[in-house]
Design a protein around this ligand. Structure first.
Ligand code: GRF
Length: 195
C-alpha cells in the first residue's frame, strides 16, 4: 500500500516533528514525511528537517492576513503532494476556510487530556487544579480551537514536586510515543476505508 504523505507544520523546536519523522523510518510505518513547514523561518525544527533530507518551507505570518498566510502554507503542502497536514507545535490559529478544506486530514497534538484545558498554559492549570494526571491528546482539527474528535490520549501522573516545566518535559516524552502511533493508526484506517 502506498504510504500516506504528511506535511508537518511547526513553529518552534520541532521535537514532536522529529519523533514523527524517525518513526516514519521504522519498518511498516504507513506514512512518510514529505514536508516540514513553518511560520517562523528561524525555527530550530527546520534545520533538523533539512539535515535529515526532508523538504522544508518557511513563510512568516507577519504582515499577512490570517487567511492569506494559511493559503501560503497550504500551497506548500499541496506542492509537496501532502495527503495530511500534521500540526506539531504550530502556534497559529487557523482560518475556518483552511480548516474546512482539510477536514479529516488535519491533525494536532495538544498537551492536556482534552476536553480539559484547551488553549495555553495547560500544565500550570492542571497543577493548579490539583489534578492527579496531565497528559496529551491527538485530535482532528476543526475550526473551534482544540475541540475536534479525539483520536488517542496518554495520561501522565503529576508528581507532588512538579512545576509546569517538569511536567511539560514528561508530557513531551509521552507525546513522542503517542503522536507517531496515533497518526499511523489514523492514516492506516483511512487507507483501509478508501481501498
Ligand atoms: C507540544 O507540547 C505540543 O503538544 C504542543 O506544542 C508542543 C510542541 O513542542 N502543541 P515541540 O516543538 O514539538 O518540541
Amino acid at each position: 500500500m502506498p504510504k500516506a504523505k504528511v506535511a508537518i507544520f511547526i513553529s518552534g523546536s520541532g521535537t514532536n516533528m522529529a519523533a514523527l519523522l524517525y518513526a516514519s523510518r521504522l519498518p511498516d510505518c504507513p506514512y512518510e514525511v514529505v514536508l516540514v513547514a513553518s511560520n517562523r523561518p528561524g525555527a530550530d525544527g527546520l534545520s533538523l528537517a533539512r539535515a535529515e533530507g526532508i523538504a522544508t518551507f518557511a513563510h512568516s505570518h507577519k504582515g499577512l492576513e490570517r487567511a492569506d498566510h494559511d493559503a501560503v502554507m497550504e500551497r506548500a503542502a499541496q506542492d509537496a503532494d501532502a495527503d495530511y497536514i500534521v500540526l506539531a507545535g504550530y502556534m497559529r490559529i487557523l482560518s475556518e476556510e483552511f480548516v474546512s478544506r482539510w477536514t479529516g486530514n488535519i491533525i494536532n497534538i495538544h498537551p492536556s487530556l482534552l476536553p480539559k484545558y484547551k488553549g495555553l498554559n495547560t500544565h500550570a492549570r492542571a497543577i493548579e487544579a490539583g489534578d492527579r494526571h496531565g497528559g496529551a491528546t491527538v485530535h482532528l482539527v476543526t475550526p473551534e480551537l482544540d475541540s475536534g474528535a479525539i483520536l488517542e490520549q496518554v495520561k501522565v501522573t503529576i508528581l507532588p514536586e512538579d512545576t509546569p516545566d517538569t511536567l511539560a518535559e514528561r508530557v513531551k516524552l509521552a507525546e513522542y510515543q503517542l503522536y507517531p502511533r496515533a497518526l499511523a493508526s489514523y492514516v492506516a484506517r483511512a487507507a483501509r476505508v478508501t481501498a
